[in-house]
Design a binder for this molecule. Structure first.
Ligand SMILES: NC(=O)C1=CN([C@@H]2O[C@H](COP(=O)(O)OP(=O)(O)OC[C@H]3O[C@@H](n4cnc5c(N)ncnc54)[C@H](OP(=O)(O)O)[C@@H]3O)[C@@H](O)[C@H]2O)C=CC1
Ligand SMILES: Cc1cn([C@H]2C[C@H](O)[C@@H](COP(=O)(O)OP(=O)(O)O[C@H]3O[C@@H](C)C(=O)[C@@H](O)[C@H]3O)O2)c(=O)[nH]c1=O
Ligand SMILES: [Mg+2]
Length: 280
């Protein structure tokens, strides 16, 4: 099976390359700010399956770069999905918990209406709509709070801050599932195989268990690192950011188990292994 991946340096893209023999296109080979070039790359490579692991992921910066974020997160996936539909190629696209408005405490089902609170979420929601509208066999895999050894993520931010500080304040009223990038890559590869074999896709959720607050995730990071950092839980109101983030990011992943036999693992074992590699 010939797998073409958009994204080379990102967290999920690096894990896809580590776990499977894929052709990964970096920004130099396919710039998502040029959607037509992305469609042309699919036509040129003639893959059996396409996975889009590239995105504009700077949540706060997106508030000031809405047009660029929209091109990368909505128009580029639209062009990819149309090229795939025309070529009868299964297309797998990654989306986010930030498409939800975050009310309540129940996990969001895959059919729950989306109503994003920030520009990043709005552009990802538009990307989802475009992928569905292209009409081909596709997967939209929503995930949350991705961490890994690579790229930028909350774990690496916490470890960096702990180099110079012995106390941190972290929000305790935003709840979600921290998700190792390696697990997302493994799920995408298994779903790609199934779709290549004729299985129909759809919208699915893949998030690490259990859901926790960012405060709890920070504490667990410092436990794993063996660092004695005083973490104080604070409400979102006390940590103002340009982008509004959803309070309830819990994702109901049950249909992924039913349809693909995939169940996300507890994130703590991966956190310990990743923190160990980052700090030793
Ligand atoms: N990170 C998270 O916490 C979450 C991520 N997601 C989704 O998961 C997917 C993967 O995210 P993740 O692995 O964390 O991403 P990263 O932020 O680690 O990496 C983003 C990737 O996109 C690439 N990219 C950005 N702009 C362009 C462009 N104009 N042209 C080509 N490539 C570009 C980057 O390349 P370069 O290095 O050249 O900039 C990089 O490879 C995305 O769809 C994201 O929306 C969903 C939920 C949570
Ligand atoms: C650094 C820091 C952050 N925070 C808060 C801010 C924010 O509410 C929360 C997480 O901050 P971050 O900026 O790391 O997270 P953020 O960039 O919002 O992470 C999101 O990225 C996108 C791409 C997604 O799709 C989401 O699933 C999610 O992972 O922690 C603190 O409370 N204290 C701190 O010292
Ligand atoms: Mg961030």
């Amino acid at each position: 099976m010939k797998i073409l991946v958009f994204g080379k340096t990102g967290q999920v893209a690096q894990e896809l390359q580590r776990q499977a023999d894929v052709t990964a296109l970096g920004r130099d080979a396919a710039d998502l700010s040029d959607p037509a070039a992305c469609a042309a790359a699919i036509t040129a490579h003639q893959p059996d399956v396409v996975i889009n692991a590239a995105a504009y992921t700077a949540v706060d910066r997106a508030e000031d770069e809405a047009d660029l974020a929209h091109t990368i997160n909505a128009q580029a996936p639209a062009a990819m999905a149309m090229a795939c539909a025309q070529g009868d190629i299964p297309f797998l696209h990654v989306s986010t918990d930030y498409v939800f408005e975050g009310s309540g405490t129940a996990p969001w089902s895959v059919e729950a209406p989306i109503a994003p609170l920030n520009v990043y979420g709005q552009t990802k929601a538009a990307g989802e709509d475009a992928v569905r509208a292209a009409g081909g066999n596709h997967v939209i895999l929503r995930t949350s709070w991705v961490f890994s050894e690579h790229g930028n993520n909350f774990v690496k931010t916490m470890l960096r801050l702990s180099e110079t500080r012995d106390a941190l304040s972290v929000v305790n009223d935003q709840i979600g599932g921290p998700t190792p990038a390696g697990g997302i890559a493994a799920a995408l590869l298994q779903m790609a195989q199934a779709m290549h074999g004729g299985q129909t896709g759809g919208t699915y959720h893949y998030a690490g268990a259990p859901s926790v607050s960012w405060e709890c995730f920070a504490r667990e990071t410092f436990v794993a690192a063996g660092r004695d950092i005083a973490v104080t839980g604070i409400p979102t109101a006390d940590y103002p950011t340009p982008a509004t983030r959803p309070l309830n990011s819990r994702l109901d992943c049950s249909t992924l188990t039913t349809d693909f036999g995939i169940t996300p693992a507890d994130w703590k074992a991966d956190l310990a292994a990743i923190v160990h590699r980052l700090t030793s």
